[in-house]
Design a protein around this ligand. Structure first.
Ligand SMILES: Cc1ncc(C[n+]2csc(CCOP(=O)(O)OP(=O)(O)O)c2C)c(N)n1
Ligand SMILES: [Mg+2]
Length: 893
């Protein structure tokens, strides 16, 4: 695969091949590429019919895709651009070197931008269009480790001060600094998308490009030729997410999408494919997936040599070498290149006999040649019908010379001594004296200099500066908001429904809301039927850029599978990562597009936070808004499915994501309160938060909302049903969440009827919210030691709540334990630590010890501990409740 088909048939006579090649040349000359292509296609068909196994190759030779004669004229002042790029190179290097001098090991990367500089700067100078009032602008995902280069350019543009540059990677300095990598959370006016968890930006970019089409197809934004660019490392493509969604991009004909893979052949530890060729490997993968592939392997220096290579020997030789050898040519002298590359054939040696060794070593590669890169970018933006990937060959640590060019240690190179700085300075012609250079000072020519003037002029032409982030969406009014949710406050009037059903009905109503219905984006990874959402197929349609090219098998049914160009549902297929990427595109549209899109991504809760937590983390960093719905949740509520499906820990995983509000509601009105308030906070008050709400498939009667509980629902707990028998001496407070709240209610009855214990039952809608609030109060108390301590909400709630305390949920015991220290007395926690099982709900709740019987037992045991009852009562209860004390421990079995 990797040699472009050149070494496969060594026994074919060279002469014979030459004759065929000459015929092809003649056809090309007379008829042009289209005729040649037709003839080749006919030949292929003929060969196939004759039983000749047609040589399959998804590869083209290891040369540039765009031939010299098709290269457009470079539109800029190349010399001036080179000088600007050199200044950016210098400042990018200086910021890392300086940061590490001040603070040993503060880190930063020099060699990534050093290799990507031309790829970035040609984009900045000629392609990346800013967002303006008239034009939506290009969306760019910058390779995270190249951030010093992006900062250095913004510094030249006058957008970042010396002080900020000085404080690269030291954000906590007075006056602030610059974050290590692209972080919208930390630099909300600058970065739009976080990219540094490798592999995520490619998938995010693909779904962003698709989402841009979605917005246009649904009439929410005008048609435009804006592009989504993603700059990716070649090592990064090993991440499954990086290539995992590329067929979606071609299937959806995303010609608004351009990947640029910086193929410096190295990653952190060493070569990406020492024994192969990463460019050829990626070419095959992307071509196979239907992408337009543009290889930019060799720079213009190679053009005359290739022209002299009339026999194709050089191209053949280029195809033979593996990346490990190519990397060696970067670090060895020209004599080595002559001997080991050209030396394989005297005819090759002849091609370069008039080129001195030093020049031979310096023959520029494609990714460092602005003319080649420009040609590729121009072809990419003009290409129609499919996404484009540009595979550009570069050198890691380009310009660092002895200390880091092409070396295996390049990635980690952060410090340069005086001598090395001087060398770099001289190589790139930075006007700093030998004396000054030692300090690695930042250098910016005067505002009137040709460099700075040129820089500004080009950016003006492209609409302004990038990257730049701003929030352009206007807050929603939410005038009729109450009516929408009213129905759910009333309860289900005796009907048994699940919280999932209630949510779907809510979604249905929200889709019809006159103000924001059109902004709602339902996202499902092939689970709509699981959640009873199939009625939405017909109601709002499934989005498809091409509409529906077939008659669906169920066309005669009421709820048929309707795909439509203006469909509203994003039915992503089985990809939680892809769905989450859509969520991010929608959830950040308030900034990217000035549109308050409201994504509702509903998934199997086990395959959410557990599977795609890194993307959810990135969504938080992106300041995304919207709702994540963990469907069929609960370790004992999702009956039958067993170990891989039953989620009992997503709420624990949600704890770590700072802007994620996580709720485990039990009733429809709780969900309504949470969603209503969430929409208000995110889209009216402009808070950068998002929500995780678990919903269940267990049907039961949804009660009417009691008076005055809304605040408690949102804060995390409220007393749902107080004991009516206050005269009893034995008292308890039971905390239930989600479906397990009903077990607590049952326990309340058992305790009262059989054991004379009066228990109040609380619905704990969010341990995370209680925990956050408690931590906030504790911090306040810590920092205001002399003042009267404040009380956490949990403590306030339980101030007048007598008796023992017992919590039960469908999640890990760790959740209630988080807030136990703010409770007035010891808390007994019941939860579902351990592997799930396939069985019915009752059996599962017995197995995990979270049912009404175990809540009763835990309450009695606590009363025994407090000396309020005798051990005999507990022993009797164990028998009456039919509890097997010899049963295996669910945590370890
Ligand atoms: C998910 C993830 N794993 C590991 C890393 C650590 N890491 C940072 S850069 C890097 C190597 C990058 O190599 P490549 O993608 O080829 O980029 P280059 O710097 O060579 O352009 C690694 C492993 C990371 N940032 N993200
Ligand atoms: Mg690399």
């Amino acid at each position: 695969m990797n040699d472009g088909g050149y070494t496969r048939f060594p026994d074919v006579e060279e002469n014979e091949i030459r004759e065929w090649v000459e015929s092809l040349d003649a056809v090309l000359q007379d008829g042009g590429p289209e005729v040649a292509s037709q003839i080749l296609e006919r030949l292929r068909a003929r060969a196939q019919a004759a039983g000749v196994p047609a040589p399959f190759s998804a590869n083209t030779p290891y040369t540039n895709t765009i031939p010299v004669h098709q290269q457009p004229v470079f539109p800029g002042d190349q010399e001036l651009e080179r000088r600007i790029k050199s200044l950016i190179r210098w400042n990018a290097l200086a910021m890392v070197v300086r940061a590490n001098r001040v603070e040993h090991n503060i880190g930063g990367h020099i060699s990534t931008y050093a290799s990507a500089a031309t790829l970035f700067e040609v984009g900045f100078n000629h392609f990346f269009r800013a967002r303006t009032d008239q034009f939506e602008g290009d969306t760019i995902y910058f390779q995270g480790h190249a951030s010093p280069g992006v900062y250095a350019r913004a510094f030249l543009e006058g957008r970042l001060t010396v002080e900020k540059m000085e404080n690269f990677r030291r954000e906590l300095r007075p006056g602030g600094g610059l974050s290590s990598y692209p972080h919208p959370w930390l630099m909300p006016d600058f970065w739009e998308f976080p990219t540094v968890s490798m592999g995520l930006s490619p998938i995010m970019a693909i779904y962003q490009a698709r989402f841009n089409h979605y917005l246009t197809d649904r009439g929410l934004k005008p048609e435009s030729n804006a592009k989504v660019w993603a700059f990716i490392g070649d090592g990064e493509t090993d991440e499954p997410e990086a290539l995992g969604a590329i067929t979606l991009a071609s299937r959806e004909q995303l010609d608004n999408l351009i990947f640029v893979v910086n193929c410096n052949l190295q990653r952190l530890d060493g070569p990406v494919r020492g024994n192969g060729k990463i460019i050829q490997e990626l070419e095959a993968v992307f071509r196979g997936a239907g992408w337009n592939v543009i290889k930019v392997v060799w720079g213009s220096d190679w053009d005359p040599i290739l022209e002299r290579d009339t026999e194709g020997l050089l191209v053949k030789r280029m195809g033979e070498m593996v990346d490990g050898e190519y990397q060696k040519f970067v670090v060895e002298p020209g004599s080595y290149v002559r001997q080991h590359f050209f030396g394989s054939d005297p005819r090759l040696l002849k091609l370069v006999e008039d080129i001195p060794d030093e020049a031979l070593r310096k023959l520029r590669l494609g990714g460092h040649d602005p003319r080649k890169v420009y040609a590729a970018y121009r072809a990419a933006v003009e290409h129609k019908g499919s996404p484009t990937v540009i595979l550009a060959r570069t050198i890691k640590g380009y310009g660092l010379g002895e200390i880091g060019e092409g070396k295996n240690i390049s990635h980690q190179q952060k410090k340069l001594n005086e001598e090395e700085l001087r060398e770099f300075r001289s190589r790139f012609g930075i006007p700093l004296s030998d004396h000054d250079v030692a300090e690695a000072p930042f250098y910016r020519p005067s505002e009137n200099s040709p460099e700075i003037q040129y820089l500004h002029a080009l950016r003006r032409e492209l609409g302004g500066y990038v990257p730049q982030r701003s929030v352009r969406a206007k807050p929603l009014q939410l005038a009729h908001h109450d009516d929408l949710f009213e129905e759910f406050f009333a309860g289900s009037e005796g009907r048994e429904v699940s919280t999932t059903m209630a949510f779907v009905r809510m979604l249905n109503k929200m889709l019809r809301d006159p103000e924001f219905g059109k902004l709602v984006v339902p996202i499902v990874p092939d689970e709509a039927r699981t959640f009873g959402m199939e009625s939405l197929f017909r109601q709002v349609g499934i989005y498809s850029h091409v509409g529906q090219l077939y008659e669906p098998v169920d066309v005669h049914t009421l709820l048929y599978y309707k795909e439509a160009k203006d469909g509203q549902i994003l039915e992503e297929g089985i990809t939680e990562a892809g769905s989450m990427s859509s969520f991010m595109a929608a959830g950040s549209a308030y900034a990217t597009h000035g549109l308050n899109m409201i994504p509702f991504f509903i998934f199997y809760s086990m395959f959410g936070l557990q599977r795609i937590n890194d993307l959810i983390w990135a969504a938080a960093d992106t300041r995304c808004r919207g709702f994540l719905l963990g469907g069929t949740s609960g370790r004992t509520t999702l009956a039958g499915e067993g170990l891989q499906h039953q989620d009992g820990h997503s709420h624990v995983l949600a704890l770590g994501i700072p802007t994620l509000r996580a709720y485990d509601p039990a009733f429809a009105y709780e969900i309504a309160v949470i969603i209503q308030d969430g929409i208000r906070r995110m889209y009216k008050e402009n808070e950068s938060i998002f929500y995780y709400i678990t919903v269940m498939n267990e049907p039961y009667v949804m009660p009417h909302m009691p008076e005055g509980v809304k605040e408690g629902v949102l804060k995390g707990m409220y007393r749902f049903r107080a004991s009516e028998n206050k005269k009893l001496k034995l008292r308890a407070q039971l905390f239930g969440s989600g479906a397990i709240l009903r077990e607590a209610l049952r326990a309340q009855e058992i305790l009262e009827q059989k054991f004379n214990v009066a228990a109040d039952v609380w619905s704990v809608t969010s341990y995370k919210e209680l925990y956050r609030e408690g931590l906030e109060i504790e911090r306040w108390n810590l920092l205001h030691a002399a003042e009267k301590p404040r009380l956490p909400y949990v403590t306030q709630c339980l101030a007048d709540a007598p008796g023992v305390l017992v919590a039960a949920s469908d999640y890990l015991k760790a959740l209630p334990n988080l807030v136990a220290k703010w409770m007035p007395r010891r808390l007994a926690s019941l939860g579902t630590d351990g592997f799930g099982r396939s069985d019915g709900r009752a059996a599962l709740r017995d197995f995990f010890e979270v049912d009404a019987r175990f809540i009763t037992l835990a309450t009695l045991t606590e009363l025994l501990r407090e000396g309020k009852i005798e051990a005999a009562v507990v022993e009797k209860a164990i028998k009456e409740l039919d509890i097997n004390v010899q049963k295996p421990n669910p945590m370890t079995s």
